[in-house]
Design a binder for this molecule. Sequence first.
Ligand SMILES: [Fe+2]
Ligand SMILES: [Fe+2]
Length: 275
Amino acid sequence: MDAPYQAAPDVHVLPNNLPLPGLGVVLPVNAYVLLAEEPVLIDSGIGSDSDQFMDALASIVDPKELRWVWLTHDDADHTGSIQRVLEAAPQARLVTNAFSAMRMATWWPVPFERVHAIRAGDRIPVGDRTLRAVAPPLFDSPLSIGLVDEATGSFFSVDSFGALLPEPTQDAAEVPHEALAGGMVAWSTADSPWTHIVDRQSFGQVLDGVRRLQPTRIFSSHLPAASGTSIDRFLQILESVPDAEPAVPPSNEEFQHMLAAMAPPEAPSQMAAAT
Ligand SMILES: [Fe+2]
Ligand SMILES: [Fe+2]
């Protein structure tokens, strides 16, 4: 995983940038720490670097102080360290869709007595502020649930507004416009392929609902931190997704090329021995 960074006075990012071999892009995967009076962890990273994730989390807040773990949905890129986090954070309640909790119980012993089931419109007081559950406009799981911090206007948008990017960065504004638009469409068509069959007018109403949130900051699970001033541009990009070229997964041949691109370069000593 990458080094954590602070994206707002009260928001720290626990970032990962997964390279997509052979494609020349990375997929950001973010968890967030919201330093409310009752600290909140939003998602728990990927599992393959769990030790680093736990260290990064502890560098921002003592897990024993965590009061809430908001799990946006139970996909693997959001649940990587969820069991370890709950073990390290005995005070924390797990806020998630009831069905996410029940589905996760098929692969780890979810402490149901600590689960606070959430759905769109619900509000959770976290000491100095209230968090409102919001359905993200695009999603790859119907169990997805984002949130708006009513005190600051920060919008945690789950998979929505994700983008495949040329390189890791900590601020979406640093990504050239064309690269960001192309990367967001590429991610959105792959992650939410159902957009191609939606009624355009109804979809527009969903996007208008997001516009009305007037977020001050946008914290996507798959994009560097972004200013709320980007919201109109982002929504314009999402508006184009239903009519964009549908995403096609790699063929087996393309997959083999990706694997070859992942192979570590031969060490110099081995190269010398081979010649
Ligand atoms: Fe997802
Ligand atoms: Fe995701």
